[in-house]
Design a protein around this ligand. Structure first.
Ligand code: SAM
Length: 248
């Protein structure tokens, strides 16, 4: 059988693609892309001419059979997303799950991932962390989530869209104590890469000060909570967390 290669691609700086990624992309039979038109630009830049097909959130289930069939025939395939590591807030989970269930070989190449680059560069505790994907969209859900951060024992990592960054930071500024530091990592690996470190209030104030600061791509990191609920038994803490998320 063939191999399914998970291939991370750059999140900004095109130099961040690994030599192994280039080699794999040059050798596979075809490349499954989140958006074929988007990835064509990268593949052209790398001088790679390969058949591509799309796998995105809306057709992933249907594409599984096709991918499995091709792997069983002995073809190797690569899976890429628009940027960074596939499956990390990107499509690919269902395909990889299907391959593992059928014992088909999957090779996951290490490479660019905004969450990991931001964590390593943030200055926040990196020994335990929780990646929580995109911040919730609705204001109330943002508040409920922010509440859970008061008692969270690990560093929390979120992705956020430019049109929502200010609202999310305002919720964090309102809910978190001044001693619980946050970091926003913006435009990682690009020309205007910026890290803002400090209280949620000070970070919010910096982003609010100029509209241009709200443009680009963002990772939000929140340091572990300082609340003293740690003294509560585990079951009580779990119940509290559940209440915070479920409460309207
Ligand atoms: N799979 C990607 C990865 O491995 O990082 C993430 C894909 S997700 C759809 C896109 C989000 O990742 C953006 O909204 C932003 O929160 C974050 N992101 C991607 N590139 C970034 C960058 N260069 N700087 C900061 N955040 C970035």
């Amino acid at each position: 059988t063939g191999f399914l290669y998970i291939v991370p691609t750059p999140i900004g700086n095109l130099q961040d693609i690994t030599q192994r990624a280039i080699q794999v992309l040059s050798e596979v039979s075809a490349i499954a892309c989140e958006d074929t038109r988007h990835s064509r630009i990268l593949l052209e830049h790398l001088g790679i001419k390969k058949p591509t097909f799309s796998i995105h959130d809306h057709n992933e289930s249907q594409r599984i059979e096709l991918v499995i069939e091709r792997l069983e025939k002995g073809e190797s395939l690569a899976l890429i997303s628009d940027a960074g590591t596939p499956l990390i807030s990107d499509p690919g989970y269902k395909i990889v799950h299907a391959c593992r269930k059928q014992n088909l070989p999957v090779v996951s190449l290490p490479g660019p991932c905004a969450a990991i680059a931001a964590l390593a560069g943030s200055g926040l505790p990196s020994d335990t962390f929780t990646f929580k994907g995109f911040f919730p969209v609705k204001h109330q859900a943002k508040q409920n989530l922010a509440h859970t951060l008061l008692t969270e024992t690990a560093t929390s990592i979120f992705y956020e869209a430019p049109r929502r960054i200010l609202d999310t930071l305002s919720v964090l500024a309102e809910m978190l104590p001044a001693e619980q530091n946050i970091v926003v990592a913006k435009e990682i690996s690009k020309t205007f890469e910026t890290y803002r470190y400090g209280s949620a209030e000070s970070v919010h104030a910096w982003f609010a000060a100029e509209d241009v600061r709200q443009k680009g791509e963002f990772v939000i990191l929140v340091s572990p909570g300082l609340a003293q609920d740690e003294a509560l038994p585990m079951a009580a803490q779990d119940l509290l967390r559940l209440l915070y998320t479920e409460m309207p």
